[in-house]
Design a protein around this ligand. Structure first.
Ligand SMILES: *Cc1c(COP(=O)(O)O)cnc(C)c1O
Length: 377
């Protein structure tokens, strides 16, 4: 296979950010120090939440939300299948059951009508994903949750800075999580952040991430069976600097989507993401184009392979969770996931990162359209 010249994603770390990390390394406090406090304060302020708890990954953050909301064996949690597998895994980790519900083909987010139809006496929560950074229909979902006394967890791992009717996503529900893996809008290498307006959730999450210590002053007193989900001071220093320029990062990423849109618009073989939405702001995580109905999964795979052969990194976002080998033992049949399977077979994530050049975008679009033309109709 050819070396990748234009990657699917690339972190954007400045010299000043490298220096901020190095500065921490010259101090004696490499964990649980002032950078953690500052990063949490900045994240809470940015989102407009009362509390933020930094953790070592988005997955850890989601896991703590499940535990802090007391979801466990015998409980069902509604979650999309068209998303990253961690969203379902954290439900399984606490022996609860993920109940996959189909998405709306226009937004690629949970379809509220189908969510309501999937509620049973065992349903405890809806794990809402803001897919690809586009805010989910929170008005409808929160309304459903209120009527059925369900908790709402927002998986905002792809959506930092996304806005829904003037409110940043994350703390619209009971608790939400951001992630800082290197392919996300901002990165700490590995990392995550829980945001919530619920003081009890924040206190319990803070204890659980630190081996169940109720009071960090008492290092060997553990009030809960917890985890080591801590984020180091170096990572917090990086996250703090990245968060300081998140607005310019989001603007830049929106500019890249406009470049793609301009090049690909009008191609009848492609459905492109909507660039602007009346309900708020998209925080662009990835740029995903979808092949039209006449194409099948193997056509999509051939196009992805052709692009990779030319050194262009592409992704199949998302391979539905319910089709993953790890999920074949879940009780069946489940709710129809027709849209999830249809979209999952036809999606292509194109190279998308802050510093991608207009020339690279143009090349990706030309090669993509060549590869589509090479498929016999
Ligand atoms: C990235 C991501 C996560 C968490 O990822 P980590 O790698 O654990 O930080 C969770 N859910 C979704 C939808 C994601 O995209």
């Amino acid at each position: 296979m050819k070396a990748i010249r234009i990657p699917l994603s690339a972190p954007d770390v400045t010299e000043a950010e490298i220096e901020a990390v190095a500065k921490v390394l010259r101090t004696p406090q490499l964990s649980l120090g002032p950078k953690l406090e500052a990063f949490e304060r900045a994240a809470a302020d940015y989102v407009g939440a009362s509390h933020a708890v930094a953790v070592n990954s988005g997955t850890s953050g989601l896991h703590l939300c499940i535990r802090c909301l007391d979801i466990g064996e015998g409980d069902e949690v509604i979650v999309p299948s068209f998303t990253f597998i961690a969203a379902a895994n954290v439900i399984c980790m606490e022996r609860a059951t993920p109940v996959f519900v189909d998405i709306d083909p226009a937004t690629l987010n949970l379809d509220p009508q189908k969510v309501e139809a999937a509620i049973t006496p065992r349903t405890r929560a809806i794990l809402v994903v803001h897919t690809f950074g586009r805010p989910a229909d929170m008005t409808a979902l929160v309304d459903i949750a209120k009527r059925h006394r369900l908790r709402v967890i927002e998986d905002a791992c792809e959506a930092i800075g996304a806005e829904y009717h003037g409110q940043k996503v994350g703390a619209i529900g009971d608790a939400g999580v951001f992630a800082f893996y290197p392919n996300k809008q901002i990165t700490t290498g590995e990392g995550g952040m829980i945001v919530t307006n619920d003081a009890a959730v924040a206190t319990m999450a803070r204890a659980l991430r630190n081996q169940g210590r109720g009071n960090p002053g008492e290092w060997l007193e553990h009030t809960l069976v917890g985890y080591n989900y801590r984020l180091s001071e170096m990572q917090c220093a990086l996250g703090l600097e990245q968060l300081r320029r998140v607005e310019s990062i989001l603007v830049r990423r929106a500019e890249v989507t406009a470049m793609y849109d301009q090049q690909l618009r009008g191609n009848p073989d492609l459905t492109l993401p909507q660039l602007h939405i009346p309900e708020g702001r998209i925080s662009w995580f990835v740029y995903v184009a979808r092949l039209s109905d006449r194409f099948q999964r193997h056509h999509r795979d051939a196009i992805v392979a052709a692009l990779r052969e030319q050194g262009i990194g592409c992704g199949r976002y998302f391979a539905p969770i319910h089709l993953q080998p790890a999920y074949q033992d879940l009780p069946r049949p489940h709710h129809p996931l027709t849209v999830t399977e249809h979209v999952g077979a036809r999606s292509i994530a194109l190279p998308f990162f802050n510093r991608i050049s207009p020339a690279d975008v143009q090349e990706v679009c030309e090669r993509l359209q060549d590869a589509i033309r090479a498929i016999p109709s």
